[in-house]
Design a protein around this ligand. Structure first.
Ligand SMILES: NC(=O)c1ccc[n+]([C@@H]2O[C@H](COP(=O)([O-])OP(=O)(O)OC[C@H]3O[C@@H](n4cnc5c(N)ncnc54)[C@H](OP(=O)(O)O)[C@@H]3O)[C@@H](O)[C@H]2O)c1
Length: 307
């Protein structure tokens, strides 16, 4: 049985933005993914399976609370149920282990999401590693990471796979392209490296100890930046070659406004494509979580994934 609906044939041309480069519209692409998820969730329901995501939030970090509530809302919109676990700041590792073990055993739960960061007494690696690989909708367990580096992952980390979906939508062929990723975290840079390598890109990973970052950027066809601190780094137009593709993952606050790593207004004048913040990578992260949840629901029932 095919549970993921066939891939949408994305249109070949898009209206140009008023500026010289083209804005990559993450909201439009996320909506197309959500539409596919909605259909998959409906098919699953018809087969007697109600896809369900369990969310775990420890403490009252306002940003984390907003992220979790946005994810839950998005689930509801596409027909995925959610089970909310809001836990006190003092929640212990032992209690966390017990909760994850219970959710792993619960057949009505198909995906488990632990909102990061966690309070100090909880170890992020051991917490996420405890999640059953078939419910690992964030793609962070060692098993998922191993599959990803072997090019065989089905549940892939949401932000990197969302970026790959953007390339797919805009028909950006990665083969032979020089890519610079400015980030080496488990969440963004490392998984994205593997996904882009699989598509035959030549990938350079940069980080805080990289020398001559500007020179790396100026040699790139595609630049992905995910730093999230404008006081440490801003990708300015002089660092971007003409016609490059710029993906901005970074999010931080500046004078109460959410901003990315990129000086978008100036960079878009030189780039072929660029993502804005907001409405770029962010919506894709949520859309790919929904996709992973219906995929996990399908896997749990032994259905065969079409991708
Ligand atoms: N929009 C979304 O959906 C989404 C999803 C995930 C993350 N994000 C955002 O993406 C950003 C990164 O997230 P993360 O979890 O990967 O954070 P992280 O673990 O703190 O990673 C930040 C990376 O930036 C590098 N870096 C810091 N300063 C640098 C500099 N001056 N030059 C070059 N590299 C530098 C760090 O290098 P070192 O490794 O050497 O320290 C690290 O690899 C954050 O703003 C986060 O909010 C957005």
């Amino acid at each position: 049985m095919i549970i993921n609906p066939p891939r949408i044939k994305y249109p070949k041309t898009y209206p140009k933005d008023t500026l010289s480069g083209q804005k990559i519209d993450g909201i439009a692409v996320a909506n197309s993914v959500k539409e596919r998820v909605r259909v998959a969730a409906k098919v699953l329901r018809e087969e007697g399976v109600t896809p369900c995501l369990a969310t775990i939030l420890v403490g009252e970090n306002p940003a984390s609370m907003t992220y979790v509530s946005n994810k839950q809302k998005a689930c509801t919109e596409v027909g995925i149920e959610t089970k909310d676990h809001k836990l006190p700041e003092s929640f212990s590792q032992q209690e966390m282990n017990l909760l994850i073990d219970l959710l792993n055993k619960d057949d009505t739960i198909h995906g488990i999401l632990v909102q990061l960061p966690l309070p100090k007494q909880l170890d992020e690696f051991s917490t996420t590693s405890r999640i059953s690989p078939i419910k690992d909708v964030d793609g962070l367990t060692p098993y998922s990471v191993g599959l990803l580096s072997s090019g065989r992952a089905i549940l892939k980390p949401c932000t990197p796979s969302g970026i790959m979906e953007l390339f797919d939508f805009y028909k950006i062929d990665l083969s032979g392209k020089n890519v610079v990723i400015i980030n080496r975290s488990h969440l963004v840079g490392k998984p994205l490296y593997h996904l882009m390598l699989e598509k035959n890109a030549t990938v350079t990973t940069c980080h805080s100890k990289t020398r001559n970052l500007k020179q790396h950027c100026l040699a790139a066809d595609i630049i992905v930046t995910a730093i999230g601190d404008r006081s440490r780094f801003t990708l300015t137009a002089d660092m971007v070659p003409d016609g490059a593709i710029v993906i901005d993952v970074g999010t931080s606050r500046e004078n109460g406004k959410i901003v990315g790593d990129v000086d978008y207004e100036n960079v878009i004048k030189k780039a072929a494509f660029a993502t804005p913040v907001l409405g770029g990578v962010g919506p894709m992260t949520i859309a790919m979580l929904l996709k992973n949840t219906v995929t996990a629901a399908s896997i749990s029932k032994g259905f065969v994934s079409s991708r």
